[in-house]
Design a protein around this ligand. Structure first.
Ligand SMILES: O=C(O)CCC(=O)C(=O)O
Ligand SMILES: [Fe+2]
Length: 279
């Protein structure tokens, strides 16, 4: 018996490789994370000698002061980025029992694992391309197993101008696709950020694109093999979102390489899958 998803939702996920579950998380899951980010921004201000002139914490404007910080020094945004994935309320949510339950509902017989280094809080700044994800599948960037799920959830209401993530519905049936290295905007992309699907146009053209406008507490479940890309943030605030990634210990390819990780685990995926890289 399904606990979180209807049969229809399971079927839709199998078909599209992506599923939106509105209002999945509870306010109590999200609020302490937003508060934690507000507090960490304050600590980064102290560390860098920036006067904290922010108002008190308010859930909707938890990121106040962040744009001013990166306006003074972009590297201070990196300090916030690295620090906030250590907020206890965030780490608690990473291994929330609901994630295992969802995995079991979507992948019968799976033995789910948490992708080490595969969880974080994205901060997609306006008009910044360096960390913008080009069209990709999760597998080369994360490895662990070809059968995996990304749980993606926004911390701010996603509007068109913030550049919602775009999905090629149904594209997971392509299986793992070869990648090459590229940095089209010369933005300084490195590692997983510089992987580009070889001949991506031919795949992208084949599928309907969906770019859901989601809200805090909504969950987007993403198949490790579905093609997706960051939108372009042309708004005035960062697009804050959380990612939790799970893999399946029973999937034979992952098991054969002992569920090794990719860039975030200090591994060059080409050593494990030379056949998936083309120069
Ligand atoms: O949020 C984004 O821009 C990209 C998200 C993504 O690629 C992921 O969560 O796997
Ligand atoms: Fe992704």
């Amino acid at each position: 018996m399904s606990k979180y998803l209807t049969e229809q939702q399971v079927a839709q996920f199998q078909k599209d490789g992506v599923l939106i579950v509105p209002g999945f998380y509870r306010e109590e899951d999200i609020l302490p994370i937003r508060r934690g980010i507000y507090d960490v921004i304050g600590q980064v201000m102290i560390k860098n000698g920036v006067p904290d002139t922010r108002g008190p914490f308010e859930p909707a404007t938890f990121d106040q002061g962040y744009m001013e910080l990166i306006g003074q020094n972009r590297a201070w945004g990196g300090e916030v980025y690295d620090a906030i994935k250590q907020i206890p309320a965030f780490v608690r949510l990473v291994s929330h029992p609901a994630h295992e339950a969802l995995f079991a509902e979507l992948r019968a017989g799976a033995l789910p694992g948490v992708v080490g280094g595969g969880y974080g809080i994205r901060i997609d700044n306006p008009y910044e391309d360096r960390f913008r994800a080009m069209w990709h599948q999760e597998y080369p960037a994360q490895l662990r197993s070809t059968d995996g799920l990304v749980f993606w959830t926004p911390l701010v209401p996603i509007t068109e101008d913030l550049g919602p993530v775009v999905f090629c519905a149904g594209s997971q049936i392509e299986g793992p696709l070869p990648v090459c290295e590229a940095d089209p905007e010369k933005a300084g992309r490195l590692g997983a950020y510089a992987l580009k699907i070889k001949d991506e146009e031919q795949y992208i053209a084949k599928y309907d694109k969906v770019a859901p406008l989601t809200n805090p507490r909504d969950l987007v479940i993403i198949d490790f093999l579905v093609l997706h890309a960051s939108g372009h943030n042309r708004g005035t605030r960062p697009r804050w979102s959380m990612q939790f990634r799970y893999f399946n210990f029973t999937e034979p390819t992952g098991r054969s390489h002992a569920w090794r990780g990719s860039y975030a685990a200090g591994v060059d995926f080409r050593k494990i899958h030379p056949e998936l890289f083309v120069a």
